[in-house]
Structures are given as structure tokens and as C-alpha cells.
Design a protein around this ligand. Sequence first.
Ligand code: ADP
Length: 377
Amino acid sequence: RAGSAPRRPTGNAPAGNAAAGGSYDRPWRQNMQGKQGAAGPGGKPGDKGSAGEKAKKQYSGPDQELAAMLERDIVDQGTSVKWDDIAGLEEAKRVLNEALVLPMIMPDFFTGIRRPVKGVLLFGPPGTGKTMLAKAAATETSCTFFNVSSATLASKYRGESERMVRILFEMARDLAPSMIFIDEVDSLCSQRGTANEHEASRRVKTELLTQVDGVHGSEKDKEPGPDGEPPAPKHVFVLAATNFPWDIDEALRRRLEKRVYIPLPGQAQRLQLLKINLRDVAVAPDVNLEAVAGQMDGYSGDDITNVCRDAAMNGMRRLVAGKTPAEIKALREAGMTGGQEPITSDDFREALRKINPSVSKEDIKRHEEWLSVFGST
Ligand code: ADP
């Protein structure tokens, strides 16, 4: 099934509709109708009413606005990240493939003892590719991709986070197969301050746990359709990421059955990262990328991107140094661009001098300790 139909909403921005008319419409329903011919959870199967009608039946009052906001802020309109864009992390790619991608592509196989896991947790220092992995898994399956930052959810929808979580999972079920990526999950579901935890944040956690428990649909969802056709699988996969796994509530940790460590890149991966980052720029022949990678022990993927960006800027900096805007303009008109300057060893040296690793050794140690106790692939 996966890949056979556009799964992502492709219509106009419904948030605009909501703002203008106060009503929440779901234009993608029209795209989905031909394929599924089924109503949303609010309607009877086979009910072929208009998308808007069904949406109104399902969400009314403030829920309608929240659903529109969710779609605007959270439904990712199409990621183009591929597995090959991600350097290394082969084990993480394998786990995600088995836990998320394959169950979406061949759902019949993943039943009974082979039921898909409820959720996967990616943990590790910042800037190591967790978000990229989530996006690549979504691209691979063409599922509906909900890209949620817990910090946004907690701050932007303060007081409404609980309802937001419920609607988020409802929408995901409605548009299944879906993937809900919850970045910074620790801020939504931490065990910090358990003693005097705020009532509202306790309720958000409870709602999240309830929803994660129900991700693979109820028994009712498994009944055949009106014409006896097999039920469309309502798989909703939860993929969470955190830089602080030790802060995650135990109840949620248990539900995130696979817990995969995303470490800092090793030498081979750093070299691969350099090559990915420098795909579109010229590098001087004297630059030894292996040696550059060797000097970046302790750098995250994000740090390496920053080093490459800075080194790549140096050609342009050399070109414009000491010149007035008019002189630069004249140079441009003569066909000169900073991009033509190949990046030299000095450029890398200079960039490495300015940009230090952003992750501390203590942080790595803490992750490795957590991995040895709670890791699970
Ligand atoms: P995280 O979610 O772990 O904090 P991201 O996935 O957002 O990190 O990565 C941040 C940036 O770092 C990416 O946009 C990319 O430029 C770079 N990066 C990090 N890890 C990798 C990787 N393994 N392969 C390719 N690029 C990476």
C-alpha cells in the first residue's frame, strides 16, 4: 500500500480557512476519498459526504481550531531526506526499517507475535542526525508525517497540550499509516519534579501514554469493511527523540520499546559527512579530507556541517576583504563569485580553530551509561 497513494495533505492551507471562516476543513480528504471511500471516524463507513462535512462532524468548537493549528504547524508537507543523505548510523537505519518502514509496507506480516513495536526512541547528543532519521523513515514509507516538537507543544499550546495530544493521535489514525515524530520528548514527558509536578503536565503525560497504548487501533478497526474487504491498517507509529533520555518518565520509556543510541560520528562517518557537505563546492587538491576528519574527533554531524559552511565561506571572505561594496559589485559584474574559489587546507584549519565540538565528554559518558542500562535494539 505504501507509496501507492499520496499520503500527505497536499491541499490549500486549511489554517487559512480556519482563520477566515472559523471552520476546519481537510482538503486532503478529497485526495484520500477515491482511494479509501471511507468516512473519518465520525462518519459511517461508506459515507461519501464532503470532506468539510466530515471534518465538522468530527471536530467541533475549539477542537476544530486546534486541529487546524496542528495541521499548519505539525503535519510535515513532504520531506525529501533519504537514507543515503545520512552518514553512517547503519544500526539505527536497520532498526527503523524493521520497526517502522516494513510494518507500513507489509502490514499483514506484522501481526500477532510479530506485531510492530509501539514506539521507538532515538537518544544521543544533539546534532547527530535523529531528526534526519525520522524524516528519512517518513520519506521511505510516504506515510503522513507529524513532526512535533514537544517544547513547542508545551509552550505554544500551554493549557491545551492535553487536548492537542488527543487530536494529534486522532488525526494520525484518520490519516494512517502515519508517523508521529515527537522531538525533545523529555520536555513533554519528563520525570523532573515528580514531587510537585504540575497537574496539567501530569495530565498531558497520561494522555500521551493512553494514546501510545492505542496506536495500533482498536479491535473495531480490524473488522472487515461493508463489502467484506480487508480493513485498512490503521498503523500509527511513534518515534521520539531526546538529548536527555534519563529525564524520560519510566512509563513512557517502557512503551518506547526500541531505544536506539545515536552516537557522535566515528572517523569513517566524519569523512562521509565531509563528503556529503562538500558535494556542491570545489575543494582544493591539496586538501586531505581524511586528515580533516581525523581532526574532528568529538564533533557532531551538526558541528561538521558548521565547519564546512565556515570553510566554504572563506573563499568569498578572501574575495571581498578590504573592498568597498561598489568594488564588489564590479567584481560580480565581471563574473566573479566567491563560490568559484576552492576550499583550501587553510580554510579548514581556520574553521576548525573557530568552531569547537558542541558536545561535552560528560554528556557522552552519561548517554553511554544510559545505553548500557536501558538501550534496546
Ligand atoms: P538531532 O535531531 O540529532 O539534534 P539533526 O538530525 O537535526 O540532529 O541534525 C542536524 C544537522 O546536522 C543536519 O541538518 C545535518 O546537516 C547534520 N547531520 C547530523 N548528523 C548527520 C548525519 N548522520 N548525516 C548527515 N548529516 C547529519
